[in-house]
Every structure is written in structure tokens, then in C-alpha cells.
Design a binder for this molecule. Structure first.
Ligand code: ADP
Ligand code: MG
Length: 306
């Protein structure tokens, strides 16, 4: 995938550097990791930040919208209705938390469970422009900044941070290997995002034919692969109805671990940057196809949440 690197993108991102601060030695594999559980965490994007906000008449009536970390609630107030409060079981992050802070708070336990052999799915769900790609991968240009094993840019999202933290755990261990495959999926055309070729699902085998799995051997591999993903996802994200707002992106990791009896254990982790869950009244009325696809996507997402 060397050939796919383009010229660096000029960017006005505010980027700081700090050594990775997640200390996973404070976590031990938990009982929770052994059960199938779902957790919901909310991240509220600061209003007006970035170019993806959908400003429509209805939305501009909102006088106040905030996320309260203290009591785990999100509240809306518009001119007509009473303030509405939504409570969530796990956690809420607002603009006081950057990607690194969220990663440190959320991912340590999952990382340890994954290393212990348990599977993990992390899905980002929300309307186009709400910050899914920013949170999962990073903003546009995030991987054009210098990065090293000891120092990664503040803007890196959950997926590259998870890869980096995993890599640090296994790099000196010859009995462990980490692989990645990346798939984009709309309703009709699954595509391998690394080879940029269409792939085909064969139900009898429960597998995608032609889907490439790449072994990650160095820190540079992580940066290269994230750059490919970011170029496709983040750069096309700023308008509703664009391609990336209708395509799911699945980043699959497999961790192979060989024990003393030469048995190989494989745990799988999937990060999913879902397509936008649009409010249909703001979809283009002219593009009936896109509208229909959005309705179906919302329906699929509803099923997923159940
Ligand atoms: P989505 O993937 O949900 O469509 P994006 O992640 O592309 O949305 O975000 C839309 C825009 O908002 C982008 O320009 C992104 O850089 C910016 N953005 C999103 N979340 C944040 C945040 N927490 N802080 C600053 N900018 C953000
Ligand atoms: Mg996106």
C-alpha cells in the first residue's frame, strides 16, 4: 500500500504531542469482558466546530444544547418545548475531552480483555457531521503529522490509538501477531479499502472472497494504513449525501497468540465507522435514491442497536 500515499494535506489543525499516557497495567481482564455486554457512550461535538454541521431551520431554533458529564445527561432546549433530558448508562464526553482523554478513559479495559482473548466491537453511530470519523479515526490530515512510537499527535482517534497501544504490547513477543483488514460497505458494493477492489460475500463460507488481511509489523505500518483510511473517510465527510456518509467502514483486527502448547488463539476486534444516521427531513428532496438509502440505513442501524 505504499503507492497509495498522496502528498501531505495542508491543515490548520491544532495538534499537540504527548507521550501515550494510558497505563494498562492498572487493568486486569475483567469478568465483564467474558460476557456479551453493550455499553453506550456519548460524545457531544462542540457546536459550530468543523464543517460538517447541518444547520437547518429546525436546528437553529435550539437555544441551548449541552452535555453534562456530571449527571450523565444530554439536554436540549428549544424555543417551544420544555428542556429535554436524555440519560445514558455509561459516560458522556463533551469538549473538555480530546481524543486522547477519551481513549484513556474508555479503552484500557477493552484493550486488556482483547489481549486476554475476548472479541470486541466498537461502533460509532450518529448523524453525518456529528464527529464519528473524527472520534474513530481522526480529523482530515491527522496522519500527515510526524508520529513515533513514543509520541503521537493529539488528534489521533480511537482506532489508531488502539492499534498503537496494542503494537507496544506485542512488538517484542514473537508468539503474537496482529493483522488488519478494512472493508467499506454500502448497501450494494463491499470494497476492500486497502486494495481498493470490490469483494464478494459468500454466504456458504461466511467469508468475503478477495478481502486482504495485512500483518502489522512496524509502527510505520500503522501510520500508513491509517492514512489510507483517513484519506477515504475524513476527506469526503463534509457534506450530507456524500459517498462516505452512506458507507460503513469496518476496520477489523485479529490478534493471533500462540501459547506454550503451540495452540493458536485468535481474538477479533472490529471498529466500525458507521454511515450517517440522518434525519430524513434534511435529506435532499431531489435525490430520491439517497433518501431511500438513508431510510434503509437508519432501519439497519435500528436493528443493530437491538
Ligand atoms: P461524521 O464522520 O460523523 O460525518 P466528522 O467526524 O467528519 O463527522 O466531523 C465533521 C467535522 O467536524 C469535521 O470537520 C471534524 O474535523 C469536525 N469535528 C468533529 N468532532 C469534533 C470535535 N470533537 N472537535 C473538533 N472538531 C470536530
Ligand atoms: Mg464520517
Amino acid at each position: 500500500f505504499n503507492q497509495m500515499e498522496g502528498p501531505p494535506i495542508k491543515s490548520d489543525l491544532q495538534v499537540t504531542y504527548s507521550p501515550p499516557t494510558l497505563d494498562i497495567s492498572q487493568f486486569t481482564p475483567s469478568e465483564e469482558g467474558k460476557r456479551s455486554i453493550a455499553e453506550v457512550t456519548i460524545r457531544a461535538k462542540p457546536l459550530g466546530v468543523g464543517k460538517g454541521d447541518i444547520i437547518d431551520k429546525k436546528q437553529s431554533q435550539f437555544k441551548f444544547c449541552g452535555a453534562s458529564v456530571k449527571d450523565n445527561s444530554v439536554y436540549f432546549k428549544d424555543s417551544k418545548e420544555k428542556p429535554r433530558n436524555f440519560s445514558y448508562p455509561k459516560q458522556i464526553f463533551n469538549d473538555e475531552h480530546d481524543n486522547q482523554a477519551i481513549f484513556n478513559e474508555l479503552m484500557g479495559q477493552h484493550l486488556v480483555n482483547f489481549l486476554d482473548g475476548y472479541n470486541l466491537n466498537i461502533l460509532a453511530y450518529g448523524q453525518t457531521g456529528s464527529g464519528k470519523t473524527y472520534t474513530m479515526i481522526g480529523p482530515r490530515g491527522a496522519f500527515d503529522y510526524p508520529a513515533s512510537e513514543d509520541s503521537i499527535p493529539s488528534v489521533w482517534g480511537m482506532f489508531p490509538r488502539f492499534l498503537h497501544a496494542l503494537y507496544l504490547q506485542i512488538k517484542d513477543d514473537k508468539m503474537k501477531a496482529l493483522s488488519i483488514s478494512v472493508k467499506q460497505d454500502s448497501m450494494f458494493f463491499p470494497e476492500d479499502l486497502i486494495t481498493r477492489k470490490q469483494i464478494r460475500f459468500v454466504p456458504d463460507m461466511n467469508e468475503y472472497i478477495g478481502h486482504k488481511e495485512v500483518i502489522l509489523e512496524s509502527f510505520e505500518d500503522i501510520v500508513r494504513i491509517c492514512k489510507i483510511i483517513e484519506k477515504v473517510r475524513a476527506s469526503r465527510s463534509t457534506k450530507m449525501n456524500t459517498e462516505s456518509s452512506r458507507i460503513h467502514c469496518f476496520m477489523n483486527l485479529k490478534l493471533y497468540q500462540c501459547n506454550a502448547n503451540k495452540m493458536v488463539q485468535c481474538s477479533q476486534c472490529r471498529f466500525v465507522d458507521l454511515c450517517g444516521s440522518e434525519r430524513n427531513e434534511v435529506m435532499s428532496e431531489k435525490d430520491e435514491g439517497a433518501r431511500m438509502e438513508s431510510v434503509l440505513n437508519n432501519f439497519n442501524l435500528l436493528l443493530l442497536l437491538q
